[in-house]
Design a protein around this ligand. Structure first.
Ligand code: ADP
Ligand code: MG
Length: 310
């Protein structure tokens, strides 16, 4: 659906991006993560055919950026990180203006615009002036605009940046919903954990070079090689520690926050025998829970050594 091969852009002697290889399938929601200046915007603008690479290839649905830029523009909705709205236009007029540019005509135009406002939860601002919207609402209006021509591919450049926590949650939910429509989406962010639970694939880019482009679950496996359990004990805690430490699945046990933190020898999905052993030995269990992977530390571990400074 989206493929790049050795995609490279130089400004003078400086590499803005260097040898980016990307391979996304239909329905992928790809989180493109990297600090400011890493090369995210450059990559997305090249795929949108708004910027020429120095060398390398990019394809959208099999169309090359060199041979078929027109087809690509029809297939792609690109939302830049900053865009202006016109001062004297209402929200609905703003959308109709762009719908007209996409040659959506007559009654269908208004209908389509209303539909898009609903999609991005902005119908309540339909008749407000566009320049009175909050940053979050402006971003959603921008999204409505790129959705007008029903593109199969969305390139969204930092749609979450500058949003307050509430607007961030709303935008993330919107991304999740769009991800379920079968569109192929690239969404960039300079904030690490922000996208991992929305996307199915992520790639980390730093100083023009991409590392760790993979399924989110794969990336998580790279980080976590052992299962960790939090077990709350009712009864003799020392006895519990002794029992757990003697169990064949267990690597180590240490006291945690009102529970025992039990690290298993490897990744293990069936650890029910631990509970059975505790109970048959007369101990009560108040909590039995696998520790979730902390995304922030996961990414810090992954980017260690790449020089990434988030
Ligand atoms: N028009 C330009 N001229 C020179 N350097 C540029 C230009 N556009 C981007 N760059 C440089 O290319 C690198 C990548 O930029 P960019 O793709 O905007 O990164 P990001 O979007 O990840 O913040 C940066 O070092 C930036 O300064
Ligand atoms: Mg950018």
């Amino acid at each position: 659906m989206i493929k790049t091969e050795n995609l490279t852009k130089k400004y003078g002697e400086m590499f803005a991006i260097k040898g980016i290889d990307l391979d996304l399938e239909q329905g992928d929601l790809f989180g493109f993560i990297g600090p400011n200046g890493a090369g995210k915007t450059t990559t997305m603008r090249i795929i949108a055919t708004l910027l020429e690479p120095s060398w390398g290839e990019a394809y959208v649905c099999g169309n090359s950026i060199y041979n078929s830029p027109k087809e690509i523009r029809r297939l792609v909705g690109y939302m830049p990180d900053f865009f202006g709205v016109y001062d004297d236009m209402k929200v609905i007029e703003y959308l109709e203006f762009f719908a007209a540019a996409y040659r959506i005509k007559g009654k269908a135009r208004r209908k389509k615009c209303d539909e898009m406002l609903e999609t991005v939860d902005l119908d309540f601002k339909r008749d407000a002036f566009a320049n009175t919207l909050s940053r979050g609402q402006t971003q959603r209006l921008g999204l409505a605009r790129v959705l007008l021509h029903d593109p199969q591919v969305l390139l969204l450049d930092e749609p979450l940046s500058g949003l307050d926590p509430r607007a961030r949650i709303e935008m993330r939910n919107l991304l999740r919903r769009l991800g379920q429509t079968g569109k192929t989406i690239i969404v960039s962010s300079h904030i690490l954990p922000e996208l991992a639970d929305v996307c199915n694939k992520i790639g980390i880019i730093d100083r023009g070079v991409m590392s760790h482009a993979a399924e989110v679950t794969e990336v998580m496996k790279l980080v976590r090689q052992q299962t960790i359990l939090h077990i709350g004990i009712k009864g003799d805690e020392h006895k519990a520690i002794e029992l757990l430490q003697g169990h064949e699945l267990v690597d180590s046990v240490r006291p945690g926050d009102a529970c025992l933190v039990v690290t298993l020898k490897q990744i293990e999905t069936d650890y029910s025998d631990l509970a059975t052993q505790l109970i048959t030995n007369g101990l009560g269990i108040t909590r039995f829970q696998e520790e979730e992977i902390d995304l922030e530390s996961a990414f810090m571990a992954l980017t260690k050594g790449t020089g990434a400074n988030f």
